[in-house]
Design a protein around this ligand. Structure first.
Ligand SMILES: [Zn+2]
Ligand SMILES: [Zn+2]
Length: 179
């Protein structure tokens, strides 16, 4: 995975891992590979534990109540996670890493998620990271839509909420109208 200027792949990977946290190092390795990460070392339980702490911090960024708070929390992650950027061609094609070479996956994910999220928020908008608007749905998503007004994690949730709002309208007392 190469960090693109909007950090889209990295922030989507963070949301995917947070929404359904991997349970074993093997699962973590598979899901990172599926997302296009080149794994340079075997994945260990320590990587999984590190990821858990990273995602706890990241969910605080998601749940921040305003832009300032969100920026402060993201900056804290960046300060701990990211090293100076450097050019590398380890996976074919020159690109930037915001970390030291030879790091275990937990540390790689920490820097990837921190920098990717910061690029996404700065590039697309500070509000474009949230949980689904359906109350019983906790799913986190990065809003990469054209309008930046995505409210639901999926079409399924959007439909569910539309049906509910329709029912609420038709079930509302209509005494005034029917006289
Ligand atoms: Zn790379
Ligand atoms: Zn949802």
């Amino acid at each position: 995975m190469h960090l693109n200027p909007y950090g889209e792949d990295a922030v989507n990977l963070a949301a995917d891992l947070a929404n359904r946290r991997p349970e074993t190092p093997g699962e973590l390795a598979d899901r990172c590979r599926a997302a296009g990460l080149v794994l340079e070392r075997p994945v260990s339980q320590e990587d999984l534990d590190r990821l858990g702490a990273v995602l706890d911090a990241w969910e605080k960024v998601v749940d921040a109540t305003g832009e300032r708070e969100r920026a402060a929390l993201a900056n804290r992650m960046l300060a701990e996670a990211a090293a100076y950027p450097r050019l590398t061609d380890h996976a074919g094609g020159w690109h930037l890493h915001y970390r030291d070479d030879g790091q275990p996956l937990g540390a790689v994910l920490f820097s990837l998620i921190s920098v990717g999220t910061a690029l996404h928020l700065a590039g697309r908008g500070m509000h474009r990271l949230r949980r689904c608007a359906v109350t019983e749905c906790d799913t986190i998503f990065a809003d990469t839509s054209r309008t930046g007004r995505q409210r639901y994690c999926s079409h399924r949730c959007a439909n569910r909420d539309a049906v509910r709002r329709h029912r609420a309208r038709t079930a509302a007392p209509s005494g005034a109208a029917t006289g």
